[in-house]
Structures are given as structure tokens and as C-alpha cells.
Design a binder for this molecule. Structure first.
Ligand code: SF4
Ligand code: SF4
Length: 99
């Protein structure tokens, strides 16, 4: 009997996961970055990209807010921030639509 296993890493890249994030999201400060790429390598969702210093960023459609990137960054160039900002801007845009 053959059992088919989907062993592709970062499979959630094909399935948007950002809608059920932890309540926190990473903010890439892009000021002290040394381009070590640890945030790219260690992100379990494969949603961090970048090439040179200060170019690394996150695709929030796929980020779960686990905070690994912020913990692993050797120069503390990533901060975990509240989702509140997003919620606030959503509320403002809804308010504008009502006008
Ligand atoms: S918080 Fe960082 S490590 Fe975790 S999923 Fe988001 S980008 Fe990846
Ligand atoms: S872990 Fe930090 S220093 Fe390394 S590439 Fe990512 S943001 Fe830059």
C-alpha cells in the first residue's frame, strides 16, 4: 500500500495563514540589519524575503506571528508589535466607507 505524504516544507505558503495570526506581527526596522538571512531561514512559514541589508520584510498574508524571526535576529532589527495598528486602520477605512 502506498501512502502519499506531502512533505514539502513551508506548505502554508500555498495557503494564506495571516488571517489567524497570534495577535502580534513582526516589524522589520531595517536600520541595523546585517543581512545574515537568519530570519529567512528560520521562519516556519517561509514568508520572509530580502537580499541586502535593510531589505528584509514579511509577507503578512502568511505570517502567524510566532516571533521566531524577532528572537533569532542577532542585531534586534525585528520587533513584534500588536495587530492593533491593522485593526485601527480597518476601523478607519470602514468609517470612511460609511461616510
Ligand atoms: S513571526 Fe516571523 S518567524 Fe513567525 S511566521 Fe511571522 S515572519 Fe515568520
Ligand atoms: S535576522 Fe535580522 S540581521 Fe539577519 S537578515 Fe533578518 S533582519 Fe537582517
Amino acid at each position: 500500500m502506498h501512502v502519499k505524504i506531502n512533505a514539502k516544507p513551508g506548505s502554508s505558503k500555498a495557503n494564506k495563514t495571516g488571517s489567524w495570526r497570534s495577535g502580534k506581527k513582526p516589524k522589520f526596522l531595517q536600520s541595523r540589519c546585517i543581512a545574515c538571512q537568519l530570519c529567512v531561514i528560520m521562519c516556519p512559514e517561509g514568508c520572509v524575503t530580502g537580499k541586502g541589508k535593510g531589505t528584509f520584510n514579511v509577507d503578512l498574508d502568511y505570517c502567524k506571528g510566532c516571533g521566531i524571526c524577532a528572537i533569532i535576529c542577532p542585531v534586534k532589527d525585528i520587533e513584534m508589535v500588536d495587530e492593533e495598528e491593522k485593526t485601527q486602520s480597518r476601523k478607519i477605512s470602514e468609517w470612511k466607507e460609511d461616510k
